[in-house]
Design a protein around this ligand. Structure first.
Ligand code: GDP
Ligand code: MG
Length: 141
């Protein structure tokens, strides 16, 4: 039985600004996942309202959207067996201060004392989210 999945990964504006896009793609490829699409994009409020619909109404929602509009993001579709769970594991915990060393957030992120956790990457959290998010960012795929 094959379980080849696709997942939507975003290098968030902090990662792009800090010049970490290459390092993050390197880790994805070193893990063995394929890059199915890579595109530097400016998010829009409409796109982010769809992407982060589950977080609407939460206290960090407005600062999160503002942060995601603060610069370009690198939108990436990765592919491989169980890559949804696998990339979440590579990314580490949401809070970069406590994300385990060895993970993207644990090795490269920290708390900057800002209103939203600037944690370098987004990764889809389920097959359903992945299909939905890939449809938002790459409707042509
Ligand atoms: P993820 O799946 O690990 O990215 O985390 P979530 O889906 O729960 O949250 C989406 C994004 O919102 C996170 O990656 C953070 O950038 C931000 N965020 C989530 N929870 C909090 C929080 O409690 N406080 C703040 N300031 N930001 C948060
Ligand atoms: Mg999430």
């Amino acid at each position: 039985m094959t379980d080849v999945q696709r997942s939507l990964v975003l290098v968030k504006p902090d990662g792009v600004r800090r010049g970490l896009s290459g390092e993050i793609l390197r880790r994805i490829e070193a893990k063995g996942y394929a890059l199915a699409a890579v595109e530097l994009r400016d998010a829009t409020p409409e796109l982010l309202a769809e992407h982060y619909a589950e977080h609407e109404g939460k206290p960090f929602y407005a600062p999160l959207v503002e942060f995601m509009l603060s610069g370009p993001v690198l939108a990436v579709v990765i592919e491989g067996q169980r890559c949804i769970e696998g990339f979440r594991s590579l990314a580490g915990a949401t809070d970069p201060t406590v994300a385990a060393p060895g993970t993207i957030r644990g090795d490269l992120g920290r708390d900057w004392g800002l209103a939203v956790q600037q944690n370098l990457v987004h990764g889809s959290d389920s097959e359903e989210s992945a299909a939905r998010e890939i449809g938002i960012w790459f409707p042509q795929l």
